[in-house]
Design a protein around this ligand. Structure first.
Ligand code: ADE
Length: 273
């Protein structure tokens, strides 16, 4: 996969040299090119922003440098054989970034990121490139960052670990929380490793039992508990057909009841942990 990032803070992307993404780059599975947007300015001050039409606070990134940068990145990529580009524009007004979108992006051969600073990029840039290539505006959460670079790091890490050969164990992302088809879209439960005792705290006995069926059952119950506590919206969204008898018992203990349609909702007097 090829990744291009156009930014006014190239050094912000230095973490792409580290850990899993760094290794994917070193092994050639990921070709990352970071470009300084100011390289496409032509004035003494390397200006990339200007005041917004219609007034208001902050500054808006100018069309000129972005247009020249994206034209050149596209032309260079095509020249070196890259195909199927998608322009990814991080913005709090974008489509929520989910595991589903990460899987979708991991299937594309070439991502071009356009992280903005200030109040965003002049709208005409997105409109222009959307006539040529797929453009996806992506939000990594309901909060406002000072710029899109941190979002590029988040999206890249989530996408890179899905690429073939990047995670050591191909099974590793099958059980990810939010993996498509993950058991009833539950969060993952707690995990433990050696030593068997630490500061007086032991390991849940079932994990030492060697009994695979009971371990799987326990993991599922724990996943339910965590999901019901931290993400009740995921339980409410679940098709109740995926809940077995024990799941229903666990939910009931946690304060959930089936409604006539079969979906679960949380009783107002629900038992707190
Ligand atoms: N830029 C600023 N805030 C952002 C967010 N929440 N997601 C993606 N890009 C952003």
């Amino acid at each position: 996969m090829r990744l291009d990032v156009v930014t006014i803070f190239p050094e912000y992307l230095d973490p792409l040299d580290v850990s899993l993404v760094g290794k994917a780059r070193a092994s050639g599975r990921l070709d990352v090119q970071v470009h300084d947007l100011r390289g496409w300015t032509h004035d003494r001050h390397n200006t990339v922003d200007d005041t917004p039409y219609g007034g208001g606070p902050g500054m808006v990134m100018k069309t000129g440098p972005w247009g020249e940068a994206l034209d050149e990145v596209l032309a260079d990529g095509y020249e070196t054989g890259a195909r199927g580009p998608v322009l990814v524009v991080p913005t709090p007004s974008g489509r929520p970034f989910t595991q589903e979108l990460a899987v979708e992006l991991s299937g594309r051969p070439w991502l071009i990121f356009a992280p903005a600073r200030y109040e965003g990029i002049d709208r005409r840039v997105v409109e222009e490139y959307a006539t040529r290539i797929p453009v996806v505006e992506v939000s990594i959460g309901d909060y406002v960052l000072a710029g899109g670079e941190a979002a590029v790091l988040v999206i890249t890490e989530a996408v890179a670990r899905l690429l073939p050969g990047v995670l050591g164990n191909a099974e590793s992302h099958r059980d990810d929380s939010f993996a498509p088809g993950a058991m009833a879209d539950l969060l993952e439960g707690p995990v433990y490793t050696k030593p068997p005792e630490w500061r007086g705290r032991g390991i849940p006995g079932v994990l030492l039992s060697g009994h695979h069926g009971r371990i799987a059952r326990w993991r599922r119950d724990e996943a339910f508990r965590r999901t019901a506590l931290n993400r009740p919206d995921l339980i409410e969204r679940c098709d109740p057909a995926v809940f077995d008898k024990k799941d229903r018992e666990t939910l009931s203990i946690l304060g959930w009841s089936p409604e006539p349609g079969g979906r679960f909702w949380r009783r107002p007097d629900g038992v707190e942990e």
